[in-house]
Design a protein around this ligand. Structure first.
Ligand SMILES: Nc1nc2c(ncn2[C@@H]2O[C@H](COP(=O)(O)OP(=O)(O)OP(=O)(O)O)[C@@H](O)[C@H]2O)c(=O)[nH]1
Length: 320
């Protein structure tokens, strides 16, 4: 079990209709890039554990979010979106998502209501999802319901129904936290009986170090919308926790890019962009650790890191 679990905020109050029979299990959130998986898991656990951005493919690793109530415990796997698998790195992310799919008790397909996926993407998900289900329940979380007007939402839900996937379709909004209690109750109904796997106080199994990396990665995506963020990877080189209360947390990280030109873009004029990335990430990390943080980020060039197994391993995208 990973070190440094992050303690949870107070948990949500769904109906305790089944408290005598605790339920517990793993739920995988899968779907297309940018569909809203990370936003949904962040909303449920009440903290930012996964990077979100308007750019597709922000999530790169498997992220566990933990939700515990009187009904039991759900461990969510937030997975990288399924996308074109032309690249070694993308293939790796596809493998991570598939493994999460296979090891879950319940699978949730997160579908954006606005825009709805097109026919090709629906077929892709049919090919990936249906063979992998093997009799396990599927729930279709039709998210971004806040963006679809009431009169526009019903036709879209009917359209999803026409696709003919098994399982209940439930409209939700991660961003506006709509209908989450109904969604969670449905998941608890589908999970096997069992006691919580993780401590009730945890909201993620990510370490603080992993969360720090996630926050930095998110700020890169938010600052740079074009191809650069996809070719940038964060490595936390040093993470010094305070030895006594009130002391500063010291973090040194490297951002690897594939080309020298990308290094210039990331650094920006007179270092302005890297400073903004670093300041925004530092604020998030300070909130997380509840104290002052010193964050130093260096931008380094590592040509072709996305094709290099050694680098993928060092960056934590591939098992040792
Ligand atoms: N209006 C609205 N926007 C949302 C909602 N959920 C997500 N978004 C936005 O959609 C974009 C993508 O959301 P993410 O949660 O990063 O999507 P993801 O599926 O994790 O993306 P990948 O990392 O590419 O797999 C972000 O700009 C979010 O703010 C929602 O319920 N309502």
């Amino acid at each position: 079990m990973p070190k440094n679990p992050v303690p949870s905020l107070p948990v949500g109050e769904e109906q305790a209709s089944n408290s005598a029979h605790s339920r517990s299990g793993f739920v995988s959130l899968v779907g297309l890039p940018n569909s809203g998986k990370s936003t949904l898991v962040n909303a449920i656990v009440g903290e930012k554990i996964a990077a979100t951005s308007p750019v597709a493919q922000t999530t790169r690793t498997l992220i566990q979010g933990i939700h515990t109530t009187t009904r039991g415990q759900i461990v969510f796997y937030d997975t990288p979106g399924f996308h074109r698998l032309s690249h070694a790195f993308n293939q790796l992310m596809g493998t991570v998502a598939r493994e999460a799919l296979l090891s879950a008790d319940v699978v949730v397909w997160v579908v954006s209501l606005d825009p709805l996926p097109g026919p090709q993407d629906v077929e892709k998900m049919r090919q990936i999802l249906l063979p992998a289900l093997g009799g396990r329940p599927l729930v279709i979380a039709a998210t971004k319901m806040d963006r679809a007007k009431p009169q526009g939402m019903i036709p879209r839900l009917l359209e999803i129904e026409k696709w003919g996937f098994p399982g209940e379709i439930i409209p939700v909004s991660g961003l506006k936290e709509k209908n989450l209690d109904r969604f969670l109750n449905l998941l608890f109904d589908l999970l096997p009986a069992g006691e919580p796997v993780f401590d009730r106080e945890w909201y993620t199994s990510q370490t603080v170090r992993q969360l720090a990396r996630e926050y930095i990665q998110e700020k890169i995506f938010l600052q740079l919308r074009e191809e650069v963020p996809h070719q940038a990877a964060v490595l936390i080189e040093e993470f010094e926790e305070p030895q006594s209360p009130g002391e500063i947390t010291r973090i040194t990280g490297s951002i690897f890019v594939e080309r020298l030109s990308q290094k210039g873009i990331l650094i920006g004029q007179k270092g302005e962009r890297i400073r903004e990335i670093s300041q925004a990430a530092r604020k998030d990390i300070e909130r997380l650790v509840g104290g002052k943080v010193f964050l130093r980020l260096d931008v380094r060039v590592s040509e072709g890191w996305r094709e290099n197994p050694g680098m993928l391993r060092e960056l934590g995208y591939m098992p040792e």
